[in-house]
Each structure stands twice: as C-alpha cells, then as structure tokens.
Ligand binder design. Structure first.
Ligand SMILES: Nc1ncnc2c1ncn2[C@@H]1O[C@H](COP(=O)(O)OP(=O)(O)OP(=O)(O)O)[C@@H](O)[C@H]1O
Ligand SMILES: [Mg+2]
Length: 486
C-alpha cells in the first residue's frame, strides 16, 4: 500500500486511498501524531501523545516543532537527559511512529494490503535541497520508510480539493495553508483535458505559523498574570505551561468572543480573560505578513482566481477568512478539510507520482557551480563566481549541464555547489548558499584537461540527480554530492 504523509510542525498525519477515496490511517479517535520527541534514561524514547504528556512535566527532555529546526544553524543537535540526538534521528523517530500508527490504522480498517510499500511526504512550498534530503534520509535510514517523492503542502491540498466531491475541474485556485510552523501558498490549475492535469502556476512560503500566534498570546497571558502578581517569575516549566494554556485559549477564540486562561503557578491561581479582539490585535502583523505574500503571488501570476481554498489548522481562526473577505471581496473563500487536506492530497498523489502528465510544477531555487571566471586568462581566486546550471522557475524535472576540466591524469574533480534565488547566469558567491560538493571520480585513462560534462537534474520532488560523462572517451564517471550539514 502507498501512503501519503503530512509531516507537520505540530501534527503528522498518514493517509491512503481506500477504494478510490482518501482516508486517514489512524486508530479510532486519534487526531494525528503530535510531532513531539521525548527522551529520558528511564523511559527511553517517547513520540507523539506520550511524548507530549511527559514533556509537560519535564520540558527539558522534549523537542517540539522539530520540522522548523531542521535548517536552524544555531541548533545542530539536541541534548536530552545527557544524551545527544541529531536532527535526522529525531525526524526519523517521528516518521517511524507515523508509520507504526498507519500500520495500526490499516489493521483496524481490515484492509487487504497490510504492508506499506512507501510514502509521498508533503513539505512546505520552499523547503530547500538540504531540508528535503534530511527528511528523505531520516525516513529511509531511521524509520525504514521508502520515500517515493515529495509534494509541496499547498499543492497536495489543491489536489485533495479538486478530487473532493465539491471540487470542479477547469478551475484555478489559490491555496492558503496556515499550519503550525509555515504559511504556504500556491496557485494551481486543474484541467483534466489538457496535457497537464494539475499545473502549479507559482507557490511561496513564509516561516510563520500557529506557533508564532501561540508565542504572542503566551506573552499577553504573562503580562496579565503580572498585573495580578507583579514580581512573578516564569521558569521553563511555567513557560511551557503558559504555552499549552495559550494554545487552548487560541482554539476557544476561534469559536467564542472571549476565553479564560486558567493557570496554577508558584502556588498562585490565575484566571485571566482574553478577548478575540485583543488576540487579533496582537497578532495582526503576523496575519498581514502572510496576506502580503498572497498579494505578491497573485500579482506575479496575473491569472484569474476562481476560489481561495484555506487549509491548515490555523485557517480555523476567523481572522483568516475576514482578511481574505476584506482584501478580495470578489473571490469566494472556502475552508476545506483544514487538518486533513494535505495528507489526502499526498495520498492521492502517491498513486500518480510516476505519471508524467499528472502534476507540473516549477523549480523553487537556482543551482550553480563555483568556478574562476576566465580561468585560462586570470587564474585569480578573486574572480570566483557561481555559474547557474538550473534556474529558479524552470519547469520540473529541470536539467542543465556544466563542463569542468581535469587538473591531472585520472584526477578526481570537486565542484562546489550553490543554491540561491538568483536567476542571473553568473553571480557572486555571497549572493547564494554553499550547500555542498559534487565529486566526480577520475576515470582510468582520463587525461589532464579532459572535459567532463556534468548533468544536474532537479526531479519533480525537488531532489538532485547527477550524471558525469568524459567528453573524449564517452565513459560515465562516478559522481555524487556531499551536502553540508546545517
Ligand atoms: N480551531 C483552531 N483555532 C486556531 N488554531 C487552530 C485550531 N485548530 C488547530 N489550530 C492550530 O493549527 C496549527 C496546526 O495546524 P496543522 O496541523 O495544519 O499544522 P502542521 O501541519 O503541524 O504545521 P506545518 O504545516 O506548518 O508544518 C497549530 O498551531 C494549532 O494550534
Ligand atoms: Mg501542515
């Protein structure tokens, strides 16, 4: 059985197509797997609800929102109760738990196929090559889960929407996905009768999500507690408690005009009132930032939008709909399966991933190689430049070639690879990110100054594939990329 996995900042969710209809694979009543990791020497590793419950008592032993830490250069590892874990291990354990939960879900539904062959994993619209690679390695090496590919979250949601009974064909939608850690947007067209069934016109992302709303609400609750007890101190445990209470208050404020935060801190009992108007005022700038991204995407694409489709748990907040109604009074807004749409879309795509005409998307980044410009004339390291091989905006799969020359008979070639949003042919190294090294193994019989043609391909998942051929002998060389850690 093929599954789709929505690997979320706060929750992860497995789904599959069952008799042609997408369904979550969860044991009865479960909402999703909290993406939470816990370790202590007595209990060992806990994941999901168990980790969350334990973490409330021992916040030092818990890692939350790990998806948002993947590319954080200031947080290379996590040390819990004296043991150090790297990001790949933690992501792998969470995906492993999602796989186990899916297997129980399959058993409960008494499906014929009891095995999981592999998964499509959804990722934010602009996760970069190193983030994708880490998730793939974590899934395959730690969770024992084959990755068929990735799909961008808002694109998965669009596919789920178009496949739902209410979804019409021959339409263009703008998907707005406000989750726990990111806000993702995409403009997607569905046209079964064209050569391209689903076409992503463009997409974008901000690293802003429900957890940022939680932080601001937590600060407001703290200020209100201080009004009652001016010299109150908030230690780590108190802060973690406040954050949990803030999340509850936030959810209540999606239904009601006011909510109460009840807290017991330092033997003091607090009950503070928060109104929806107050909450919306303190989080207004966050929402506006996401709306500015929507505006930019819309003006870049210049196509008629038939509907705005809102997904992601945070789209439950009434302020989201209100902002769309105010900014785009002529476009109908639909809230669609906020918690499940992405997993559903990934599940549907898992059945179609190999079909060339199913989904068309564009590259989010440019990839280039570092060489000295006019090497033969200058040989001057000050003239090191990045020469783009693949350009942001190229249709996926995107391919490009680069030629390098062997420095000696049979020598290996090392090429530094850069990722950027720069679409110029040549640019300065400081305008991109050095993400790793490509190593081309010297071929037997290859000579100094032989040209090697390197072909770089970014596949439909956003992952990089490489091929290198010695131009003179026509032989294929061994080539691999070593990506840098964050
Ligand atoms: N009724 C609600 N009102 C307000 N916020 C909500 C509600 N329900 C869920 N949320 C928030 O939605 C977020 C989780 O949404 P979702 O499951 O879509 O995110 P995720 O997939 O974990 O994160 P991401 O997609 O950013 O990686 C949390 O911040 C949660 O507090
Ligand atoms: Mg999500």
């Amino acid at each position: 059985m093929k599954v789709g996995i929505d690997f979320g900042t706060s929750f992860s969710l497995p789904a599959a197509l069952i008799n042609g209809t997408p369904a979550t694979l969860l044991p009865g009543g479960q909402y999703g797997v909290p993406s939470v990791f816990y370790f202590d020497r007595r209990r060992n590793i806990l994941i999901g609800e168990a980790a969350q419950a334990r973490g409330e008592k021992f916040p030092r032993n818990v890692v939350r929102n790990v998806k948002m830490e993947i590319s954080n250069p200031n947080q290379k590892t996590f040390t819990l109760d004296g043991k150090t874990f790297d990001k790949k291990q933690i992501v792998g354990h969470i995906l492993g738990e999602v796989k186990q939960v899916a297997l129980i879900g399959i058993e409960h539904r008494q499906l014929v196929s009891q095995e999981i062959d592999g998964a499509i994993i959804s990722v934010p619209a602009a996760f970069n090559l190193r983030e994708l690679n880490l998730i793939r390695e974590a899934a395959q090496d730690v969770a024992g889960l084959k990755v068929f590919g990735f799909i961008r979250e808002p694109v998965a949601a669009a596919i789920a929407y178009f496949n739902a009974p209410a979804g019409e064909d021959d339409k263009t939608i703008l998907v707005y996905d406000l989750g726990g850690g990111t806000c993702d947007v995409a403009i997607v067209r569905s046209d079964k009768n064209s050569d391209e069934w689903y076409k992503v016109i463009d997409s974008d992302m901000l690293r802003i999500g429900g957890r940022d709303w939680d932080k601001l609400l937590g600060e407001l609750i703290k200020r209100k507690c201080r009004e009652q007890v001016p010299d109150i101190e908030f230690d780590l445990k108190a802060q973690s408690k406040i954050l949990d209470v803030a999340i509850g208050v936030k959810h209540t404020l999606s239904r009601l005009d006011k909510a109460f935060a009840e807290l017991e801190l330092d033997d003091e009992y607090f009950e503070v009132e928060v109104t929806r108007a107050e909450f919306e005022r303190i989080t207004r700038e966050l929402l506006q930032e996401t709306m500015r991204m929507v505006d930019k995407l819309k003006s870049r694409c210049r196509t008629k939008i038939d509907y705005v489709v809102c997904v992601g748990g945070s789209s439950n907040m009434p302020q989201v709909r209100a902002a769309f109604e105010k900014n785009y009074p002529d476009i109908e807004i639909r809230l669609f399966e906020p918690e499940k749409a992405i997993a559903f879309g990934a599940a549907i795509y898992s059945e179609h991933v190999t079909e060339e005409n199913y989904l068309h998307d564009i590259c989010k980044f440019s990839y280039g190689a570092k060489y000295i410009q006019n090497f033969n004339r200058y040989r001057d390291p000050d003239r090191l430049r990045i020469f783009n091989i693949i350009y942001k905006g190229d249709e996926l799969p995107a391919s490009g070639e680069s030629t390098s020359y062997s420095v000696d008979d049979g020598a290996d070639t090392h090429i530094e690879i850069y990722e950027s949003e720069c679409t110029k042919k040549i640019y300065l190294p400081e305008d991109g990110t050095h993400i790793g090294e490509i190593e081309i193994r010297g071929l037997k019989g290859s000579r100094k100054d032989d040209a090697t043609i390197l072909t770089v391909t970014i596949d439909r998942s956003g992952l990089m594939n490489l091929k290198a051929v010695d131009e003179r002998t026509g032989k294929t060389a061994r080539v691999e990329i070593k990506l840098k850690d964050f």
